[in-house]
Write a protein that binds this ligand. Structure first.
Ligand SMILES: [Zn+2]
Length: 109
C-alpha cells in the first residue's frame, strides 16, 4: 500500500490521543465529603461512566497497537479473513480496520 506512512502517522497520533484520554478518564475525582446521599450517588455514577469510557478507549487502543504492529510486519491493510487488500476509503475512516468491506459486512461488525 502506497500511503502506509500516512496511516502510520495517523495511527500514532490516535494512539497518543487515546492514551491521554484514558489517563483523563481513569483519573477519578476525589469523592467529596458530601453528606447528601443524592450527590454522592451522582458522583459514583460519574466515576462508573468514566471507567466504562476508559474501557472502550482501551480496547480501541489495543486495535491501534495491533495495526501499528502490522505495519512493522508488512501486513497492514490486508484483510485478516480473506487476505485481500482493504480499500483505502475504509482505512481512511477506520485506520485500524482488520477486515475488508465484504468481510466486515458478513461478520456484521
Ligand atoms: Zn476480507
Amino acid at each position: 500500500m502506497e500511503s502506509i506512512n500516512k496511516f502510520k502517522i495517523q495511527l500514532e497520533k490516535i494512539e497518543k490521543e487515546i492514551e491521554k484520554e484514558v489517563i483523563g478518564a481513569e483519573k477519578t475525582p476525589e469523592l467529596g465529603d458530601e453528606v447528601d446521599p443524592d450527590i454522592e450517588t451522582q458522583e459514583t455514577q460519574e466515576i462508573d461512566n468514566r471507567l466504562s469510557v476508559a474501557q472502550v478507549l482501551k480496547s480501541r487502543l489495543v486495535e491501534i497497537k495491533n495495526a501499528l504492529q502490522k505495519i512493522e510486519e508488512g501486513r497492514y491493510g490486508i484483510c485478516e479473513k480473506c487476505g485481500e487488500e482493504i480499500s483505502e476509503d475504509v482505512m481512511d475512516i477506520v485506520p485500524e480496520s482488520r477486515l475488508c468491506k465484504n468481510c466486515k459486512k458478513l461478520s456484521n461488525v
